[in-house]
Write a protein that binds this ligand. Structure first.
Ligand code: ZN
Length: 138
């Protein structure tokens, strides 16, 4: 069995963003030389997510509105976590959108269902963050 590990780096200029990382994951898969196996993609920070959904701008706007309704950023004083911090909402948003995804690798390709793409969800940006890509197989 082969293994491959890569970190993707992000420094998002806004507090929140959704970034399609499918091209970077495809690149890592290509570098791994693995044809059959599994790829794990996970956020390495507790205020960011990795998730699979549609690459459609209206949906991303809807996600942002929905998350802001569930866990508004303001007023920051509403959260007990925000003692010396202002990112409690980012922790909650990450928890809803998830930490990681696992995708099957078949014949050297990500074995997606229709319209599936992998996204990095940033909820407390303006600083350096990492995403781990781990691929196992043969
Ligand atoms: Zn925090």
């Amino acid at each position: 069995m082969k293994t491959y590990r890569k970190e993707l780096l992000f420094d998002v200029p806004t507090r929140c963003a959704f970034i399609n990382v499918t091209p970077q994951v495809n690149q890592a898969l290509s570098e791994s030389g693995i044809r059959e196996g599994l790829v794990l993609v996970n956020a390495m920070h507790i205020t960011a997510s990795v998730f699979i959904n549609d690459d459609e701008g209206g949906l991303h706007h809807d996600f942002e509105q929905w998350l802001e309704g569930l866990a508004p950023h303001e007023p920051v004083s509403r959260y007990r976590h925000n003692v010396g911090e202002d990112n409690a909402d980012a922790h909650l948003k990450r928890q809803v959108m998830g930490r990681e995804v696992v995708v099957a690798v078949t014949e050297g390709r990500l074995d997606f269902g229709p319209w599936e793409q992998i996204f990095y969800g940033e909820f407390d940006g303006r600083r350096k963050k990492r995403v781990l890509v781990k691929i196992i197989g043969e």
